[in-house]
Design a protein around this ligand. Structure first.
Ligand code: NAI
Length: 468
């Protein structure tokens, strides 16, 4: 077999996008995937199926509770969960087919099996039938992603104590769902099952939800989700989960109080950890940090020549778009180009309703770093389009440098926050100021006018506001 220029191990958004870019640059490229389908966690058991269920369950809530406000009378809206899950699976299939076609179009060779680095420049692929193929390559990119963190006292059994994977496919809404961890996964999947009728309780170790996001907006999100029926217990340290007939008892300490909860299912969503089992990276001389993440330099090269790593398996936020852009920058670097990624301009999003989106510094981080900053906020209840849409929750919040007005952070809580945040990301990428957004004409009536108004309000000159 010919020698490849690049062999990528793992076909998640990091790996498959790197493969596309390598193909575009005319490099002879292969991608190895141990699972049947391409696309990794994000496409198969993460971002995409969860967004499918979030969309469906949001429509159900609209039919049941919101439609009437618009004068639409829907009596007895019910859920055919089987059909909802089938649609989700179809969405995933469509995307699987898409990625496979993209590999073909970009002349990327696909290998199915577990990829192991046997030496720099050599990778073996072990198929599920036991067969082994040896591949030679000039460069290897490790893009093996991450797996859910397990609690020592609550090992996943796939039935009662579950990870996000199983929580995407419950065949009935659990009567009571216990969620451990109020991060992106707990809040999103907690929302899905709450909307579909489960009694959802979320236990969080920290005194707040959505850690990493601006505290003020996280607190507003907690209030909105509480109003939707989710119960939160913060500063709750879970110490035991005991599986009993058909359910589980979760024990948690909250201050001096001992809390006990019965539930049919327990979703453990306390973070993810890098995955590199069976990869042979350590034997090949690749270095890991204390969190078992692969150490790389600015160009994603490990200490071994010809071996690179990107995405969840290295440091940084575990986000698909971060992995994608690292994949592109890594491949461009290998091809002798100037790969670029700006870690200050990577948005994080929690796709609840309202959605929570943030990019750059939170107000707390600006304070901690001793930066002199100004804040501009604007509530959606003062935005015409939000009022017309009957989506009044939330606000836009900018953090701008007090001296230069450069935007340091932007935070949005709104049904469409995931889309609205893109404007702030672009302006941060270009090093823009709040004035730049404030002086830009935004179409009327749009939700994006609230972004403009919040930017204007850094100077305390928002227009449609009664009290600043
Ligand atoms: P996370 O790290 O976002 O949140 C985990 C939460 O669990 C934290 O708030 C933590 O304080 C809490 N926790 C940890 N141990 C606990 C314990 N023993 N008892 C109670 N609470 C405890 O992790 P999550 O939600 O599992 O997500 C994993 C990764 O996947 C994250 O990096 C996340 O960014 C990413 N992800 C991103 C999504 C998105 O962009 N929308 C969606 C899903 C996941």
């Amino acid at each position: 077999m010919d020698k490849f220029d690049i062999v990528i191990i793992g076909s998640g958004p990091g790996g498959y996008v790197a493969a596309i870019r390598a193909g575009q640059l005319g490099l002879k490229t292969a991608i190895i995937e141990k699972d049947k389908e391409l696309g990794g966690t994000c496409l198969n058991i993460g971002c995409i199926p969860s967004k499918a269920l979030l969309a469906s369950s949001d429509h159900f809530v609209f039919a049941k509770k919101e439609a009437v406000k618009h004068g639409i009378m829907i009596e007895n809206a019910t859920v055919d969960l089987n059909k909802m899950l089938q649609r989700k699976d179809k969405v995933v299939k469509t995307m699987n087919t898409g990625v496979r076609s993209l590999m073909k179009t970009n002349k990327v060779t696909t290998f199915e099996g577990l990829g192991t680095i046997t030496a720099p420049g050599k990778v073996s692929v072990k198929g599920s039938d036991g067969s082994t193929q040896e591949i030679e390559t000039k460069n290897i990119i490790i893009a093996t992603g991450s797996v859910p963190v397990e609690l020592p006292f609550a090992k996943f059994d796939g039935k009662t104590i579950v990870s996000s994977t199983e929580a995407l496919s419950f065949t009935d809404p659990p009567k009571k769902l216990m969620v451990i961890g109020a991060g992106a996964i707990g809040l999103e999947l907690g929302s899905v099952w709450n909307r579909l009728g489960s009694e959802v309780t979320i236990l969080e170790f920290l005194p707040r939800i959505a850690v990493g996001f601006d505290l003020e907006l996280s607190n507003l999100l907690q209030r909105a989700l509480t109003a939707q029926g989710i119960t939160f217990h913060l500063e709750a340290k879970v110490s035991a989960v005991e599986v009993n007939n058909g359910g589980a008892t979760t024990t948690a300490a909250k201050g001096s109080e001992q809390l006990k909860f019965e539930a049919d299912k327990v979703l453990v969503s306390v973070g993810r950890k890098p995955f590199s089992a069976g990869l042979g990276a350590e034997q090949a001389g690749v270095e890991f940090d204390e969190k078992k993440r692969i150490k790389v330099d600015k160009r994603f090269k490990t200490i071994v020549d010809g071996i690179y790593a990107i995405g969840d398996v290295i440091a940084g936020p575990m986000l698909a778009h971060k992995a994608e852009d690292e994949g592109i920058a890594c491949v461009e670097g290998i091809a002798g180009k100037d790969g670029h990624i700006n870690y200050d301009a990577i948005a994080g999003i929690i796709y609840t309703n309202p959605e929570l989106a943030g990019v750059g510094l939170t107000e707390e981080q600006a304070k901690e770093q001793g930066i002199e900053y100004r804040v501009g906020k604007f509530p959606f209840r003062a935005n015409g389009r939000a009022v017309a849409n009957e989506e009044l929750d939330g606000m836009v919040k900018f953090i701008a440098d007090a001296k230069t007005d450069r935007i340091l952070g932007a935070h949005i809580l709104q049904h469409a926050a995931s889309e609205l945040i893109a404007e702030a990301v672009s302006v941060i990428e270009f090093g823009g100021s709040s004035e730049d957004i404030g002086r830009t004409t935004h179409a009327h009536p749009t939700l994006s006018e609230a972004v403009k108004e919040a930017a204007l309000n850094v100077e305390k000159r928002a227009l449609h506001i009664l009290n600043r």
